[in-house]
Design a protein around this ligand. Structure first.
Ligand code: STR
Length: 415
């Protein structure tokens, strides 16, 4: 039983591999302490799958005893990850299906095929920016210039968010996720984002566009209208989820491959599929470290432990990806040739499984080959072990990814 000594999580994410190993070592289900608040977490693939389809676990924060009893309040730095307004992210059952329906349509394969050329164009533009920033062998932050803006442009296009507003939104999300942000500031950012998206919904109500925001606002034949709160909640969820996680996927894949030149060479040569490299990153260095949170509506027995009614349950997806029962003793190694690359839960499982999974895979499958085709000489500019994580507890992403795009021009040969 682990319930006596919850494992503290380092909010500065100083040693993510060490922490992932430590929580895995504590058992398939264990207790974490998240900035002072205890919760169960799951590190075991099979148990995670079982619980992610267990209707006794719900997303409704009012089912959380620490919240309903007033122990956890809006002062807790992670509250925005859970108390995010009514949306497909926070409800279950029939209501959930209703709130999620249009998202599934908007992200269906046929619609994504239409987005492909748009994503290709955005990628090419940002690669031009990268070429300029890294000209002459200069060190450039690949994250800042390339991986950071791309997913916001894609989800912004889909949702109908003006390009001019992207820098503001990215700043808000940076402050929202960072543990360094004082809580009063974070709450102001949350209010500002609510106001922004409410305003967007009102504008799109007045003049609808060919975007998912307008689709949420307008009921289709026989369809029920979503409330304004639900529309705003859904948009907030899709913009947040649609950009932050995909930045991590691109950054973490580039990092993995630059640190493993043999595998990179095989991918570039077509001997390993880009798809496999992307799936292996999702498994090995999942962009989501911990997903907060579900709550037990009755006691749930898991092995020797009992998740009591009212307890919170986290899914530690990065740890789940390292499950040796699924991936064998080499689970801690990045290996895009392993047979289990696709057997990860990085997009979750069950009714809440990520509705944007195919979109994020598409973005990565466009951005990564284009990057390495354009800059075959790209190298890490600092040793891999000096790359630092963002101080974000739930999301797994680097602070920066300094690279050089070309071998520095060799000095002219004299004589
Ligand atoms: C961020 C704040 C907000 O306005 C709305 C949401 C709801 C969806 C959440 C998002 C949050 C944080 C990142 C999440 C996303 C769903 C998927 C994404 C948790 C709380 C992941 O990182 C898996």
């Amino acid at each position: 039983m682990n319930s006596q000594c919850p494992i503290g999580i380092d909010p500065m994410v100083g040693d993510l591999d060490g922490e992932t190993a430590r929580i895995r070592a504590a058992g398939p289900i264990t207790k974490l302490e998240l900035l002072g608040v205890p919760a169960w977490t799951i590190t075991d693939h099979a148990i995670a799958r079982r619980l992610l389809t267990d209707t006794r676990l719900v997303k409704d924060i009012d089912a959380w005893s620490l919240w309903s009893s007033g122990v956890v309040t809006r002062e807790w730095p992670l509250i925005g990850m859970i108390d995010a307004g009514r949306s497909m992210f926070t409800v279950d059952g029939g209501e959930h299906r209703r709130l999620r329906a249009k998202t599934a349509q908007a992200l269906a394969p046929r619609r994504l095929a239409e987005l492909r050329p748009v994503i290709e164009r955005m990628t090419a533009e940002l690669l031009d920016d990268l070429a300029v920033a890294g000209a002459g062998g200069k060190v450039v932050d690949l994250k800042q210039v390339f991986a950071y803006p791309l997913p916001m442009r894609v989800i912004g296009e889909l949702m109908g968010v003006d390009r001019a507003d992207h820098p503001q939104l990215l700043d808000w999300y940076k402050a929202f996720f960072s543990v360094m942000t004082p809580q009063d500031e974070r709450l102001e950012v949350i209010d500002a984002m609510d106001a922004y998206f409410t305003d967007l919904v009102r504008k799109k109500t007045a003049s609808p566009g060919d975007d998912l925001t307008s689709a949420f606002i307008n009921a289709d034949e026989g369809g029920e209208l979503l409330t304004e709160e639900e529309v705003v909640g859904n948009i907030k969820a899709l913009v947040a989820a649609g950009h932050e996680t995909t930045i991590g996927l691109i950054v973490n894949t580039v990092r993995a491959l630059l640190a493993k030149p043999d595998q990179l060479a095989n991918v570039v040569a077509g001997e390993i599929d880009w798809k496999a490299a992307i799936e292996e990153t999702l498994r090995w260095d999942s962009p989501v470290t911990h997903l907060l949170m579900r709550f037990a509506t009755e006691d749930i027995t898991v092995g020797h432990d009992v998740i009591a009614k009212g307890d919170g349950v986290v899914m530690s997806y990065r740890a789940i990806g390292r499950d040796t029962a699924v991936h064998g003793e080499t689970a801690d190694d990045f290996d895009a040739t392993r047979s289990t690359v696709s057997r990860h839960l990085a997009f979750g499982y069950g009714p809440h499984i990520c509705p944007g999974a195919a979109l994020s895979r598409l973005e990565a499958a466009i951005a990564l080959p284009a990057l390495f085709a354009r800059f075959p000489g790209i190298r890490l500019a600092v040793p891999d072990n000096e790359l630092g994580n963002l101080p974000v507890l739930t999301q797994n992403d680097l602070e920066a990814l300094p690279v050089t795009l070309h071998q520095a021009a060799s000095p002219p040969v004299s004589g």
